[in-house]
Design a protein around this ligand. Structure first.
Ligand code: ADP
Ligand code: MG
Length: 336
């Protein structure tokens, strides 16, 4: 129901009008009752007050309704019910408050959805290696299989997977909470690329070759350990998706006020629709969830957090005819 004062944008003005109207109605009706209808003064005053209250009810209708609704929605949210909205019936301060309240409830509902997704994803990711470990151990305990080196290797692989996942989750939550200080300083980006390639060569198949092309003396501003972690994530992915034989190219050059780092491979590349989504937590384009089919889909999410906390950017592009092209920009070191 529309409030008669609903179009006024000031709560103070509305209250003023209601008070003046109430006083006026009380005075007029008392005078009419006493002078014209010859009623006793006490009855006249009582009639005036009743009429004034009725007048306030009509004029102030809808003014406090959003406040009552907000209280009801807040109580429902405390019980875990999300998705309810307050009807905005006025354009005064209470209406503005109702708008802000609706925005806040929408954000809280989204945060709650993300939290539920996260818990579901984490549980799923932990259940897979734990289930596999349990199955192998049960077989060994029941005497179905021997604790031979092959079985132990499978168990070790699952344990490593669990360890990696827990480390990544911890990393992500620390980054999101913002309580992991970076050791920011100017550093040679070439050292980071050479270090990452050296480390990757230890695990990469022999027929995947690495090439590095860096401008001499190019320095970026940031935490070299963290940038190493970003580059390592990109190189790991590049190696995983490279054909055999394959070529992973690491490059760094200066572009205006930023250092541009690129990691290319000639694998299948990331589909157009996934170029942004691969940076979401737990997103794995190909949906592989096997023990060796890759990680949990956290690598690029962590990389984006790190790079953005450095004031840089990270994006994925496609190479033609195939392959992926990952581009990171970082602030250039002063006097570089
Ligand atoms: N170089 C690449 N080539 C093809 N797809 C890639 C590449 N890098 C990342 N992706 C896609 O992005 C997804 C997310 O990558 P990432 O966050 O590193 O997770 P993970 O490596 O744990 O799967 C991968 O599952 C894959 O589908
Ligand atoms: Mg990865």
């Amino acid at each position: 129901m529309i409030s008669p004062l609903g179009s006024l944008s000031s709560l103070k003005l509305k209250l003023g009008i209601v008070i003046v109207a109430a006083v006026w109605v009380t005075a007029v009706s008392t005078i009419v009752a006493v002078r014209w209808l010859d009623l006793p003064p006490i009855v006249g005053a009582a009639a005036g007050i009743v009429l004034a209250l009725a007048c306030v009810q009509v004029l102030a209708r809808g003014t406090t309704k959003p406040l009552r609704e907000m209280a009801a929605v807040a109580t429902a949210m405390a019980r875990g019910e999300h998705g309810r909205e307050v009807a905005v019936t006025s354009c005064d301060e209470v209406g503005e408050l109702a708008h802000a309240f609706n925005r806040m409830t929408a954000e809280l509902a989204e945060t709650d959805r993300l939290r539920r997704d996260l818990v579901a994803n984490v549980s799923h990711e932990l259940r897979t290696p734990i289930g596999a470990l349990q199955a192998v151990l049960e077989n060994v305990v029941d005497g179905v299989s021997e604790p031979d080196p092959e079985t132990l290797r499978t168990m070790l692989a699952q344990t490593r997977r669990l360890g990696r996942l827990v480390t990544q989750l911890l990393d992500l939550s620390r980054l999101e909470a913002g309580d992991q200080p970076f050791d920011m300083r100017p550093f040679e980006i070439g050292d980071v690329l050479h270090g990452a390639a050296r480390e990757a060569r230890l695990h990469a198949p022999e027929d995947v070759v690495f090439s590095i092309d860096v401008e001499d003396g190019l320095r970026a501003d940031g935490d070299p350990e963290r940038i190493h972690q970003v580059v390592m994530n990109l190189v790991d992915n590049a190696v995983r998706y490279s054909p055999r034989p394959g070529h992973v190219a690491l490059r760094a050059c200066r572009q205006d006020r930023v250092v541009r780092v690129e990691v290319d491979d000639d694998g299948p590349g990331i589909p157009h629709d996934d170029l942004e989504r691969v940076f979401e937590r737990f997103y794995r384009g190909d949906g592989r969830r096997g023990a060796d089919g890759g990680g949990a889909g956290l690598g690029l999410a962590i990389a984006r957090w790190i790079v953005e906390l450095h004031g840089g950017t990270i994006r994925a592009e496609r190479r033609e005819p195939h392959g992926s092209h990952m581009v990171v920009t970082l602030p250039v070191a002063p006097r570089s």
